[in-house]
Design a protein around this ligand. Structure first.
Ligand SMILES: *Cc1c(COP(=O)(O)O)cnc(C)c1O
Length: 349
């Protein structure tokens, strides 16, 4: 073992059925924690889930040096547990940390911590068709100092919560032409806390207008589709899976990447290119079948029912034979071990 992690397990309680608990409320029994001090990551340990104590001067509370990841573990048909694409999540984690001036967590430590924690709390991985264990690695600046600077001390943690269906109904989204989530040169391609804080207000306005979330557009022209809420935006038009290319403003989603790979495997055409929202609206106006969905770890796919532009609503295709459901089914099947994992996505515990 490259990294030694002290494990302080508590007496294991029997895990009750968690399927009726809303997302993000129920922690599993344990959490991982490590500290960055004196130029290195140290004191790695797994302990019972508990509150933290933090100086009110902690830099993360003032200047937003925080980064997170969101990934999932699945119970396979044969009873084994796997973590989905931890290598790709690690790459993105490292990129986010670097962008936020936080010392990168070594890959060996990240992988070992995940492995040990998920193994210890494996009874919390739901045995349910839509169930998974949501895993949240995160880092924040813990140094106690009120001056603006990159901190010299950090905390890296991993916590987990059982997850089921994230959205229960198709979404109504509003094309956002005023506010932006990310701009060129900014932090849109990273999972840093500030990106989400800044998106809450436009989302609140959209909710007040009767929509679930916003379909973000680019900061310069407000014509190009960026993302849907905190998910990547994907479309099916003329039997082709469409999504905007990665740029500094779009997050490199692992669900997006997996959907594109699965579509390629199935011989479905894919087209990764800038998409004007008007092009989607025109297709809908011309009576074409258009599928629209958000892709992300928490929801997997979130079908979009309505796209609204300036209060005018357009209806997307939600039929049972929609391609998005087929792609989702294949993805789930790979994760559950029911289909060949030809890309080696499953990291089996
Ligand atoms: C996390 C996230 C996604 C989805 O990424 P996944 O790796 O598929 O979970 C998309 N957009 C934003 C803004 C995100 O934060």
């Amino acid at each position: 073992m490259e990294y030694s992690i002290a494990i302080q397990p508590q007496v294991k309680r029997e895990v009750k059925d968690t399927s009726s608990i809303p997302f993000g409320q129920q922690p599993t029994e344990h959490m991982f924690i490590a500290e960055y001090k004196d130029g290195q990551w140290q004191n790695s340990r797994i302990v019972p889930f508990a509150n933290l104590t933090l100086s009110p001067f902690a830099l993360c509370l003032h200047y937003g040096q925080t980064v997170f990841e969101g990934m999932k573990a699945f119970l396979m048909n044969d009873g084994r547990v796997n973590i989905f694409r931890p290598d790709k999540h690690y790459e993105r984690f490292a990129l986010s940390l670097e962008r936020m001036c936080i010392p990168v967590v070594p890959k060996g430590l990240f992988t070992e911590a995940l492995h040990q924690l998920i193994q210890l709390d494996s009874a919390w991985v739901p045995n349910h068709p839509h169930g998974s264990l949501y895993i949240r690695p995160f880092v924040f600046a813990s140094e106690s100092k009120l001056g603006v600077k990159a901190a010299d001390e950090y905390i890296f943690m991993i916590v987990c919560t059982p997850a089921y269906q994230y959205y229960t109904k198709p979404l109504k989204v509003k094309v956002e032409e005023k506010f932006v989530r990310a701009a060129d040169g900014g932090t849109g391609a990273t999972k840093c806390g500030g990106n989400y804080g800044g998106a809450l207000y436009p989302t609140k306005l959209a909710r007040e207008a009767g929509y679930d979330q916003v379909l973000w557009t680019d900061s310069k022209t407000h014509e190009l589709i960026e993302e849907s809420g905190t998910m990547n935006g994907m479309f099916v038009v003329n039997d082709t899976l469409l999504t905007p290319p990665l740029s500094g403003t779009i997050l490199d989603g692992i669900t997006r990447d997996s959907m594109l790979a699965i579509a390629n495997d199935m011989g479905i055409k894919t087209d990764v290119r800038p998409i004007r929202y008007k092009e989607i609206i025109e297709a809908l106006e011309n009576g074409k079948k258009v599928e629209a969905f958000g892709a992300g770890t928490a929801a997997v796919i979130a079908p979009i029912e309505i796209i609204a532009v300036n209060g005018k609503e357009y209806k997307c295709y939600l039929g049972e034979d929609a391609l998005m459901y087929k792609l989702q089914k294949v993805l789930l099947n790979i994760r559950k071990g029911g289909a060949v994992d030809k890309h080696n996505w499953n990291y089996i515990i």
